[in-house]
Structures are given as C-alpha cells and as structure tokens.
Design a protein around this ligand. Structure first.
Ligand code: PLP
Ligand code: COI
Length: 367
C-alpha cells in the first residue's frame, strides 16, 4: 500500500496505490460495449480516488475497482449538495495513442468551482496525474470508432458526516470513465430548444458559473417540460431576459456579417468547447464577441435574417445546430448554415489527431 500525503499545492507526484479489478470485463465483453457505447451508461473497470482533509490535505491516492462508494448517511453532500464535477474526453488517434484536450482548462475550472462551493482546490498536476492513472489501467476502454471517445468524469464531494451547515473538513475526489458515442440519439441533427420562461438556472451571485450538481438538479424540471413539448433541450434566460445557456451546453449565434457572438455573464459556465470553437473562428478571420444577447435580439435577428445560424456546444455533445426555438407563445424556426458543422469538423479533426494541433491543445495520456 502506498500512501502519499501532502498539503502543498505545488506538490510533486501523487503515487497511486493500484488495486486491480479481479472481476474486470473480458476483452470480448468490453469490445461488445465499445461497439455501441451510447452516453453515460457503461463504465470502465476502475476508478481513481484521492482523499482530502483539513489536517492532512490531499492524501491516499488510489486506483481501485469501479464500484459503490462507502458513504456515511450523514455525509454533507447528501444533505447540502456540496459537490462539483468536470467533463473531459480521451480520444484514440489512428496510431493507437490516447490524448485529451486542454485538461489545464478543466483543472482550472474545477478549482474555480471548488472556490465557489467552499471545497479544496485540487492542484492542476494532481488532476492530470489522476487522468493518467486511470488511463494506465483502463486505456483499452478508449474506443476507436468514428466520433467515439472515453468520457472522463472527475468529481469532488463533501464526505464528512456532519449535519451542521459549514464547509466539510473531509472531501473525496474521484475520476470515473464511460465510453461514449453520440450524446443525442440520432446523431448530429438540429435540436429543438424549449425556452424556459417559468424557471431560472442561475441568478446573480449564484452558482451558475460553477459546475455543481445543484445547477443540473434545478434544470431537470424545465428539461422534462422541454421533452413534453417535443424539444431536446432547454434554454435559460437571466432576470433581464438575456440568453444564458442550455442545461448542459453553451449557445453561439452566427451573424450574416461574419460576427460570431456568445452570451457572457458571471452566471454562465465558461465552456472549453465554446472557447476552442471561437478561437478557431478567430483563426479564420471571423470577429468574435462575448457579450449579453437578449431574447429580443435573438428573435429579431432571426426574423430579419441578420442571424444566419445558432448552435449549441459542449464536451458531451460537441457541436449541435439549433433548429427551432419553442415557447408557450411562439415557435421560431432557426436558419441552418455551414459554420457550426465546419467548426465541429475542424475541432474533432484536432482532437482525433487528423489535423495539426496549432494551439498545443492536446495532451497525451498514455505515456
Ligand atoms: N454549460 C453547461 C451548463 C454545461 O454542463 C457544459 C458542459 O460541460 C457546458 C456549458 C459546456 O462546457 P464544456 O465545453 O467545457 O464542456
Ligand atoms: C459535458 O458536456 O461534459 C457535460 O457535463 C454536459 C452534461 C453531460 C452534463
């Protein structure tokens, strides 16, 4: 058993104690899952966990068989939702090597989420080492089919058994992994978006910019409403009727004059996919604007023809054109253009190693 305790954020390597899963899936069982992985339903044979305590800092890094987490019924996360997570993918290149995309950004966002949720910040080096430790045992789970990847889900929660309302003094960090195909069943087809008028996702000073479970919990009811109305996703507005984002994706508007515009506010999750697509748009000479976009501007822009394309983007769904905006009072068909799919192709070409990685976004995980 190897235990490495440290409190220093600049600390060196974590040394993971590895316990192999004796009931791991056979190669044949794994291949069957990888043929058609879906999204978020199958998991690899192992998981990573690292403990944190107020006294001991980050300690006891482990790779263990994937399975249930022992949790005291009084664990603070179960009562007060002190929890954060990330979503990042591992891609298999044609030569068999395994790479991930801008993990420093996910590590930094996890740190930002941690600050907002009063959780400890996991050093960027530990974040990356955790992904590598999991890939070292479960690398065979990274699929090689078109548009397939291994979705990595790092998450952190308050595990201290204490019902007082204060930041927990004992925390756990885990990484699990799930082979992934398309997020939306049916592949890349324009999605219908339900405009949530009765429910908000976030408020000023709230947790909208953090990746924390509560934001997703509060999106489930409006998301169910969206399904009832025949829509795939829900879009949220802020108190000033500015567009925020979808339940699990950012929104981007393309204007006739070549401007590419995305909502910016302190209640929106800063998407890494969005940031990368906007960089690629800038590289093509397009003008990128990060600013408030009102519902009014969206609807009028589509009606006048000034807005020529609207798309959603995120790690899980990559890039998805928006085909309709639907509310209790109206249904606006959205114009479809070429930019969303062309940017999607450029981004995925970089991620899968088919095109030069000019910005140095890829990080190899299997060596
Ligand atoms: N907004 C929300 C609410 C999300 O859950 C996600 C997905 O992670 C995004 C935006 C897009 O972020 P990213 O591109 O970093 O995955
Ligand atoms: C992601 O794209 O990584 C997300 O977290 C979106 C959703 C699966 C919650």
């Amino acid at each position: 058993m190897t235990d490495t305790a440290t409190t220093s954020p600049a600390a060196a390597e974590l040394t993971f104690a590895v316990t192999k899963n004796l009931a791991a899936k056979s190669a044949a069982q794994r291949e069957e899952i990888l043929q058609n992985p879906g999204f978020g339903t199958s998991f690899t044979d192992h998981m990573v966990d690292v403990c944190w305590s107020e006294k001991g800092g980050w300690h006891r890094p482990r790779v263990q068989p994937y399975g249930p987490i022992p949790l005291d019924p009084a664990a603070a996360v179960l009562h007060y939702g002190q929890e954060i997570f990330e979503g990042i993918k591992a891609y298999r290149h044609a030569d068999g090597s395994i790479h991930t995309f801008r993990p420093d950004r996910n590590a930094a966002r996890l740190q930002k989420s941690a600050r907002r949720l009063a959780l400890p910040e996991l050093p960027t080096a530990y974040f990356l080492q955790s992904l590598r430790a999991l890939i070292a045992v479960d690398g065979d789970w990274v699929p090689s089919g078109a548009d397939q990847s291994l979705y990595l889900r790092p998450f952190m929660f308050a595990k201290e058994a204490f019902l007082g309302v204060r930041p927990a003094k004992k925390v756990a960090f885990y990484v699990i992994a799930s082979p992934a195909g398309a997020y939306f069943t049916g592949g890349i087809k324009p999605v219908r978006i339900w405009l949530s008028e009765s429910y908000a996702r976030a408020g000023k000073g709230g947790t909208g910019a953090a990746k924390t479970g509560g934001n997703y919990a509060s999106s489930l009811l409006p998301q169910s409403e969206a399904y009832e109305k025949g829509c795939d996703q829900v879009v949220f507005l802020d108190a000033d009727r500015n567009v925020e984002e979808l339940g699990g994706m950012n929104v981007v508007f393309v204007f006739k004059d070549g401007r590419v515009v995305t909502p910016e506010s302190d209640s929106i999750l800063e998407g890494i996919t969005r940031d990368s697509l906007l960089q690629l748009a800038e590289d093509r000479g397009l003008t990128v604007e990060r600013r408030a976009v009102s519902l009014e501007e969206w609807r009028q822009g589509v009606a006048s023809g000034d807005i020529v394309e609207v798309f959603a983007c995120g790690t899980a769904a990559v890039v998805t054109p928006i085909g309709a905006l639907v509310s209790e009072d109206f249904e606006d068909e959205q114009p479809l253009g070429d930019l969303a799919l062309s940017l999607r192709e450029e981004l995925t070409d970089i991620q899968y190693g088919r095109r030069e990685d000019k910005h140095g976004w890829l990080v190899r995980l299997d060596s």
